[in-house]
Design a protein around this ligand. Structure first.
Ligand code: DX5
Ligand code: ZN
Length: 219
């Protein structure tokens, strides 16, 4: 599977978002990762659907919308209509996870499931046949710039093994949190295909170089 680098705009310059997004697209990003936080499910606030709708006409890159919100079911239609290409919901955020994933697909949007560091892969079994992406959080969600949690690697390996033996599983494995030039290779070796990186990509004033460095480490 092709490796995809997904810069997270959480670390972009919000007053120059158009400039930063155009720069990422011109410099080899494969997806744009958009973190939506509600101050309840995670202890932080970020963007809403207006930001997704404003980004949509600015770029051809797929918008990978990561919902860190309680009760995601009430926001699926809004984010689908705003232009999300994938909507990722946390298993921990709703008692109706199967329904939410079906709802996402009803809008012809790819459905992704996300697990926090404390949630085991076994808890995903019922939904793995119906998702297109599985996002393994490699930090506790809520903030950019945190340290990668090594203990999450075995979950990536487990998911990669499962999709090799189960004929009805067809999902990409995504990692998010603490991905940089020191950590990306271990996640690729474990089986990840999509790599979200926020603070690392924006850490120097050269996102293109940072993206290329990450790509060189995994291809
Ligand atoms: C954290 C978000 C991440 C964040 C990653 O809750 O889901 O997408 O932007 O930031 P870094 O790459 O700095 O860990
Ligand atoms: Zn994210």
């Amino acid at each position: 599977m092709a490796m995809k680098i997904a810069p997270s705009i959480l670390s972009a310059d919000f007053l120059n978002l158009q400039r930063d997004v155009e720069n990422l697209e011109a410099n080899g990003a494969d997806l744009l990762h958009v973190d939506i936080m509600d101050g309840h499910f995670v202890p932080n606030l970020s963007f809403g659907p207006q930001t997704v709708a404003a980004l949509r006409p600015l770029t051809k890159l797929p918008l990978d919308v990561h919902l860190m919100v309680d009760g995601p079911e009430q926001f699926i239609e809004t984010f689908a209509k705003a232009g999300a290409d994938t909507i990722l919901v946390h298993l921990e955020s709703t008692p109706h996870i199967y329904h939410v994933l079906q709802l996402i697909q009803k809008y012809n949007v790819k459905a992704g499931i996300v697990i926090n560091p404390g949630t085991p892969v076994d808890a995903l079994k019922a939904v793995l046949p119906i998702v297109q992406q599985v996002l393994v959080m490699t930090v506790n969600p809520g903030f950019g710039g945190q340290e990668f949690l090594e203990t999450t690697l075995s979950k990536i390996t487990h998911l990669d093994q499962l999709r090799q033996v189960e004929a009805d599983y067809d999902f990409e494995i995504e990692v998010d949190g603490g991905i940089n030039d020191q950590t990306i290779k271990s996640t690729a070796d474990a089986g990840a295909d999509i790599f979200v990186a926020g603070s690392y990509v924006f850490s120097a004033n050269t996102p293109g170089q940072q993206i290329q460095t990450l790509r060189n480490l995994i291809e």
